[in-house]
Design a protein around this ligand. Structure first.
Ligand code: FES
Length: 123
């Protein structure tokens, strides 16, 4: 039995342009006995650490696109992507938009074609 049964280990991208020179992954352990959407997981992380920035006003139906994030290296809808207890997940900003802070990107500023900014903020 895993030490993380009943828990989800999330490694979440953190970057505050006002104070950080580089981004980093920060670990959070979230207790849950059932699968959570990535959006629900991010909201729980925000409850644990109010300095963590994420979007919470969303449709949760895979229609608005405001939940786009990068999960385990793939750009996905955070509202329809599930994480199960016992899993470890890496959550980063979506790779195709300008990074604002933590996992929040500016959807009005798509990046030029071919430019993957998943590493933005990192050195
Ligand atoms: S919350 Fe609207 S598409 Fe995911």
């Amino acid at each position: 039995m895993s030490a993380y049964n009943g828990k989800i280990l999330a490694k979440v991208f953190r970057f505050n342009p006002a104070s950080d020179t580089a981004g980093r992954l920060e670990e959070y352990t979230v207790e849950s006995s059932e699968p959570l959407s990535v959006m629900a997981l991010l909201a729980k992380i925000h409850d644990l650490d109010p300095t963590f920035a994420c979007r919470t006003s969303t449709c949760f139906k895979g229609k608005c696109g405001s939940c786009l994030v990068r999960v385990n290296g793939k750009d996905v809808f955070g509202c329809t992507t599930l994480v199960r207890p016992g899993e470890t997940v890496v959550i980063e900003p979506h790779s195709q938009f300008k990074l604002l802070r933590d996992v929040v990107v500016d959807f009005t500023q798509p990046l030029p074609a071919g430019q993957d900014k998943a590493e933005e903020g990192r050195q």
